[in-house]
Design a protein around this ligand. Structure first.
Ligand code: HDE
Length: 721
């Protein structure tokens, strides 16, 4: 029977896995993985060895190479295959990157669900996670202002479970039928396909004004949340309301959260803009770099739970995806941990072909009547058909690690072969009946529903301002300042006064002071009266500052160390070693990429330091902090406009700057020019609010200690941001 074939495949996987110490998904993928380094001879796709892959077959003579011949099946195959390499990019979230990892359950919740993945703490469930931006095309820049996707596929023993979330807990619309309008409005405009990777255009803000329900979400999108420092430093949210069902059949509504161990950190806008040009792959590379360096990013997995019978007890509707469940009302419970620990082997078959579906749940998890979720459950499956074809679930990255058996058949690119003479159920042979609930069969929650068919929405779905104000009120002063600047940038890019003028009025419904500030920058009449009184309430968990790790860390942060010939080797070596010991990544930036020699080292006989980069190849924006050791090289560095710019730009982006010995005066001089500031020129000091740490004390043996102390100060400082 067919099932024994599938069973056989699984047996084979078990054997491979056991032999290689791999998790189930890695073993599964290894069956389809070739290795370009295996030193095999090139072949055609039908397996024939190729003797020449560089020259098309031609009718040549001694004088000329002559016409190319169509009969060259090898050249034709090569070019045909190439012609068809592209598939449609995702209609939203086209730009993204992914990694493999492990989900570990820390606390079983059998009282809430019978899902194996949430009740068995002995399991390690393999996962694949894809992070993305929303608006831009596949080749757009990583650091644009946008919502980030945070999609997790759990390969559980009971089938795949996808939590297809974002880094912002709410959404722009409440009903899935609005999604095409919303996406059309946010994407580049139809007449000129502009702008790319930005919401800074008339159509987006026109839509936002016309949909009051977007108000809460666009406040988040204008906050620092929309310009994360790293995928590793952002929260994830399931956004929609799902449900958990326990063995007794009791149901709770649930929201899913991912909380990064490194804290929630953002770029500043100027940095994000510059990195967009300097390194459009910044986030993609950051994730790969961290995993390569074994600084595996981790998130706590938390749930918020509302018993079914309490769902009407709140002033908001828990099924409305434009609302959060404030922590004060529905506490977060951390029950698991996600770790990303393996980069993909090849981008296309893994990160590009991975396909998520909100409708992919496992027994013990169920949906809710959240109208956004219900539409999503239709859309994701459908979109995969146009992107990947009907057999997309057979692709290696998408197939589950448990047996698959059913009578779905055929379709383009069918891969699985099922033996047997029947393809229907029941049949005249020993047909296996569907699984009972006890055997793990999925049973939809038997919810009792009565109602009248109507195109409508629940009454509490009509309130749109309370939580937008709650969010804004909960931000720190500097986060609020960033929101004002973000609106100023976005609305400044709208050239239709109708759009930006009425948006200012909408902002005045959230906060008058904010609207007044924005009106000045964007050229709208300054509102004198709040469109609606601000209720002044705040909640926990909305400001990024609420997620500062208890123990600040610079683990996996990128630290630039700038040197030229004549640097102080003691300070250099001390800080380099200190940065490494703290788990951060030191990058030596030189005045050249050839070996650089320390003070007192003879270039003919001594050993130099070969920098990772020359300053032309990098900018301060690529690093979290900069250190400049003292030494006679400062004479050269001080004359270099780019180095001086590096220091002032770092400072402007609120980054820690360290300097010892002669470098202190250089930093002092540059920052005095920038901001009239003067930093501790003596001893070791950290100017807390500015993050500049200098140690001008003795330079020889003791300065290692000085340098180390400085790294610690900088660590404490940096860890707060
Ligand atoms: Fe999506 N969304 N979405 N979305 N979404 C897609 O599916 C859709 C929504 C999210 O890394 C598409 O495979 C509808 C909310 C992520 O591959 C598509 C609605 C949230 C990803 C689709 C929403 C998301 C997608 C396009 C409103 C946060 C990328 C390609 C009802 C919880 C997944 C694809 C990946 C992708 C539809 C709203 C997150 C068209 C109809 C809310 C992270 O199916």
């Amino acid at each position: 029977m067919a099932s024994s074939v599938v069973g056989g495949i699984h047996k084979a996987q078990e054997v491979i896995r056991a032999a290689a110490g791999q998790d189930k998904k890695s073993a599964d993928l290894s069956q389809d993985t070739a290795d370009v380094n295996a030193k095999l001879k090139l072949t055609t796709d039908h397996g024939v060895k190729i003797s020449d892959t560089d020259h098309w077959l031609k009718l040549a003579n001694e004088k000329t190479s002559g016409p190319s011949l169509l009969e060259d099946q090898i050249a034709r195959e090569k070019v045909h295959r190439f012609d068809h390499e592209r598939i449609p990019e995702r209609v939203v979230h086209a730009r993204g990157t992914g990694a493999f990892g492990t989900f570990t359950l820390k606390e079983a919740i059998p009282e809430l669900t019978h899902a194996g993945v949430l009740t068995d703490t002995a399991r390690k469930t393999p996962v694949f996670v894809r992070f993305s931006t929303v608006q831009g095309s596949r080749g757009s820049a990583d650091t644009v202002r946008d919502v980030r996707g945070f999609a997790v596929k759990f390969y559980t023993d009971e089938g795949n479970w996808d939590i297809v979330g974002n880094n912002i807990p709410v959404f722009f619309i409440q009903d899935a039928i609005k999604f095409p309008d919303f996406v059309h409005a946010v994407k580049p405009e139809p007449h000129n396909e502009v702008p790319q990777g930005q919401t800074a255009h008339n159509n987006f803000w026109d839509f936002s004004f016309l949909h009051e329900e977007s108000t809460h979400m666009f406040m988040w999108a204008m906050s620092d949340r929309a310009i994360p420092r790293s995928f590793r430093m952002m929260q994830g949210f399931g956004v929609n309301t799902f449900s958990l069902v326990n063995k007794e059949g009791k149901r709770h509504l649930v929201k899913f959260h991912w909380i990064p161990h490194l804290g929630v950190h953002s770029l500043v806008w100027d940095e994000a803009l510059k990195i967009g040009g300097q390194d459009p792959d910044f986030h993609r590379k950051d994730l790969m770099e961290a995993i390569d360096n074994k600084a595996y990013p981790k998130w706590d997995f938390a749930i918020q739970v509302i018993p079914e019978e309490k769902q009407n007890d709140f002033e908001f509707d828990p099924l409305d995806a434009t609302k959060i469940w404030p922590e004060e009302l529905v506490p977060l419970r951390v029950i698991g941990e996600l770790e990303l620990n393996r980069n993909v082997d090849e981008f296309f078959p893994q990160t590009e072909q991975v396909a998520f579906c909100t409708s992919h749940i496992v027994p013990g998890v169920d949906f809710s009547n959240d109208p956004l979720l219900q539409g999503r459950n239709f859309s994701y499956f459908d979109t995969q058909i146009s992107r990947l074809g009907i057999n997309w679930e057979e692709l290696p990255i998408n197939r589950p690690v448990c047996p698959v058996m059913n009578h779905n058949r055929d379709g383009a690119m069918r891969h699985r072969i099922t033996k047997g003479t029947v393809n229907y159920w029941p049949n005249r042979f020993d047909s296996v009946p569907p699984a009972t609930v006890e055997e793990g069969g999925f049973k939809s929650y038997p919810e009792e529903v009565t109602g009248i068919k109507a195109r409508t929405q629940g009454p509490k779905f009509r309130e749109h301002h309370n939580q937008a104000q709650l969010f804004y009120n909960s931000l720190s002063d500097y986060e609020k300042q960033h929101v004002a600047k973000a609106f100023s940038f976005e609305l400044d890019h709208c050239d239709d006064p109708f759009v930006y003028q009425r948006m200012v009025l909408r902002i005045a419904e959230i906060d008058l002071t904010l609207a007044q500030k924005v009106s000045v920058s964007v050229g709208a009449p300054t509102p004198e009266k709040a469109g609606r009184q601000n209720h002044g309430k705040k909640a926990r968990g909305l400001s990024q500052l609420d997620f500062t790790p208890k123990k600040p860390t610079i683990e996996s942060r990128r630290i630039a160390i700038i040197i030229g010939d004549g640097f102080d080797p003691v300070a250099f070596n001390g800080v380099y070693a200190g940065v490494k010991a703290a788990g951060a990544l030191p990058f030596v930036i030189g005045t050249k990429r050839q070996p650089i020699f320390a003070d007192g080292v003879d270039p003919q006989t001594g050993k130099g330091v070969t920098p990772e980069h020359q300053y032309d190849g990098m900018r301060s924006t690529m690093f979290d902090a900069t250190f400049i050791p003292g030494g006679s090289h400062i004479k050269t560095l001080a004359k270099n406009g780019q180095i001086r710019h590096w220091i002032s730009e770092s400072f402007g982006h609120l980054k820690a700057i360290g300097a010892t010995g002669e470098a202190v005066e250089l930093v002092n001089r540059v920052l005095r020019d920038v901001d009239g500031l003067k930093f501790a020129a003596q001893g070791t000091g950290v100017v807390e609010s500015y993050g500049v740490v200098t140690a001008a004390g003795p330079q020889k043996p003791e300065s290692f200690k000085e340098g180390w102390k400085m790294v610690q100060n900088a660590t404490d400082f940096l860890g707060k941001f």
